[in-house]
Design a protein around this ligand. Structure first.
Ligand SMILES: [Zn+2]
Length: 84
C-alpha cells in the first residue's frame, strides 16, 4: 500500500491485499488516506460484486458477470441497465 499510484508494471510485484496473489490492478481507498492497494483479478471481481450489491444497483449480477468475463459495455448500456 502506498500513496503514489503503482505503474502498470510495478503493480504486478504487489501482493493482492485480499489473497496475496500478484496484483493486476489497484484500488484507491479514501478511508486509508487515499492510498493505493494492490488487488488481483479475482478479488477485484469479488469487490465489484460487493459494492454493486451494497448499493443494490439494478441488474448487478449481469453487470458483474460481464465484468468478470471481460465483456465491455458502453456507458449508455450501463446507464440503461442501472436506470431505476
Ligand atoms: Zn486477490
Amino acid at each position: 500500500m502506498r500513496s503514489k499510484q503503482y505503474s502498470k508494471e510495478g503493480i504486478k510485484r504487489v501482493p493482492c491485499a485480499g489473497c496475496g496473489q500478484p496484483s493486476t490492478q489497484q484500488w484507491q481507498i479514501c478511508s486509508l488516506n487515499k492510498m493505493h492497494l494492490g488487488i488481483c483479478e479475482k478479488c477485484d471481481v469479488d469487490l465489484n460484486r460487493v459494492v454493486l450489491k451494497f448499493f443494490n444497483i439494478r441488474n448487478w449480477p449481469y453487470i458483474v458477470s460481464n465484468y468478470k468475463h471481460g465483456v465491455k459495455m458502453s456507458d449508455s448500456k450501463i446507464k440503461d441497465l442501472t436506470r431505476r
